[in-house]
Write a protein that binds this ligand. Structure first.
Ligand SMILES: [Mn+2]
Length: 334
């Protein structure tokens, strides 16, 4: 729509598009409103909407991902949650333990992480472990601790949802959903979080291409939830020294292809504490809109992912560097 198109003009176009049997996805920007029209494009050729008042132009998006595409929306999407901005020059730091192991350790971690500048508290309450005999998480009790700790330290909560049946439970305690790498193509789960309006951190599957990742985002967006944050967490390669191989290419690539923010998880991406800080900073320089870092009061005794969890002093050191790099790039903590 043209700059300054009225509400009535916008609604008339949406109504027309839906009458034609297409699905309308309006994106209301500060100046411009874009109406995504999903359906057979021949319909719009036979019944053009250009003559409608307020319409600037009609463009076909040839990429398989539409709503996620930079062709659809030129400006970076900025996602807001609890006053925290993510994307468009706002860098977010999500930090916390791999799994919520208890109340004290979580509160201690949230305190240290927030003091250092992290605004989002991460932590798993239901852990998808490779072995069914490993620690499986505290469940709802863990979710409650997350919510309490986030409230105490003015943070937002992100935690993983693994099953569409858990959506009400996770929704009750969390400010953002996380879709794990193993579930990136769990389309029924993607649709379920798509019905919500809460931001979704969508982790890249370990064998997924950038296109696969954007198609997964499209699933969420096509249900009406445009608040998707992409997340690179390393892919499987022949390398065995590190847990996964961080594909730094995907950060600027995703930014070329999509308007969505993308963050980096160097903890799972490397599996090694000593590599987390250098890779986190590399991600920042490559253009990532944030980082997700595993931090633990005592990684030696962590029930999961201890070897890749930063100690508090290491996290402080990382954050000092992050702030300097952001200043250099004229960006800011979200
Ligand atoms: Mn973990």
């Amino acid at each position: 729509m043209k700059n300054g198109a009225t509400k009535e003009q916008i609604e008339a176009v949406i109504k027309r598009v839906e009458e034609l049997g297409m699905k309308a996805h309006p994106v209301y920007g500060e100046q411009k409103t874009i109406i995504g029209c999903i359906g057979n494009e021949d319909i719009l050729r036979a019944h053009p909407v250009e003559p409608y008042e307020g319409v600037e132009s009609v463009q076909a998006i040839t990429k398989p991902f539409k709503l996620a595409s930079r062709d659809f929306k030129k400006e970076d999407t900025v996602i807001e949650v609890k006053g925290i901005k993510i994307g468009g020059g706002n860098f977010v730091v999500m930090a916390g333990p791999c799994s919520v192991e208890g109340k004290d350790m979580l509160f201690e971690t949230a305190k240290k992480a927030s003091e250092a500048g992290a605004r989002v508290l991460r932590g798993g309450a239901f852990k998808p472990r490779t072995s069914p005999y490993d620690f499986q998480g505290l469940g709802e009790e863990g979710l409650r601790y997350l919510q309490e700790a986030a409230k105490e330290y003015n943070m937002a909560v992100v935690t993983e949802i693994m099953d569409a049946r858990e959506i009400d439970l996770i929704d009750k305690y969390s400010d953002m959903f996380q879709i794990g790498a193993r579930n990136m193509q769990n389309f029924s789960l993607l649709k379920e979080v798509g019905k919500s309006r809460k931001p979704v951190v969508l982790k890249r599957g370990m064998a997924a291409t950038v296109k696969d990742l954007l198609m997964a985002a499209e699933y969420i967006m096509s249900e009406g939830n445009g608040n998707v944050i992409l997340c690179e967490r390393g892919i499987r390669t022949f390398e065995t020294y590190t847990r996964n191989t961080i594909d730094m290419n995907i950060i600027p690539s995703a930014k070329e292809l999509s308007h969505l923010p993308i963050i980096l998880d160097p903890s799972h991406g490397t599996g090694k504490r000593s590599l987390v800080t250098p890779l986190a900073l590399s991600g920042l320089v490559a253009g990532a809109d944030g980082i997700m870092i595993e931090v633990h009061p005592k990684p030696e005794v962590a029930l999961s992912d201890g070897p890749q969890s930063l100690r508090f002093n290491e996290f402080d050191d990382l954050m000092e560097k992050v702030k300097k790099y952001l200043e250099f790039e004229n960006r800011r903590l979200g």
